[in-house]
Design a protein. Structure first.
Length: 108
């Protein structure tokens, strides 16, 4: 699905897949269902990535998230395991490694 550049568009049959629960992945469900993120990452965003920033992630996390969204929107499967994205995230934010829950909360 999509055009010759690999862009996937809303309205096609994709987007029916969900995420397999690998533990500590609830926040990913929020991310993959945020329309502005979906629209951005289903387009060609490669020129926006700063691969040279020595303090950054060299685009690894953005590329993994984009790949995950493309799989969700074009797979035809019912569930996609977010292993690669979860692994990249854990490399850069150790609190997301393993299966501990990190639910969001508001403190007053």
């Amino acid at each position: 699905m999509g055009d010759k550049n690999g862009n996937v568009y809303r309205g096609e049959r994709g987007g029916l897949a969900g995420l397999s629960n690998l533990g500590n992945t609830c926040f990913m469900k929020c991310l993959v269902h945020t329309p502005p993120l979906v629209e951005y990452f289903l387009q060609d965003y490669s020129e926006d990535i700063n691969m040279d920033n020595p303090l950054g992630m060299h685009g690894e996390l953005a590329l993994a998230f984009g790949d995950l969204l493309r799989k969700l929107w074009s797979s035809g499967q019912t569930a996609i395991p977010p292993r690669v994205f979860k692994g990249k995230l854990a490399r850069f934010a150790l609190q997301f490694s393993g299966y501990n829950q990190h639910d969001s909360q508001v403190s007053f």
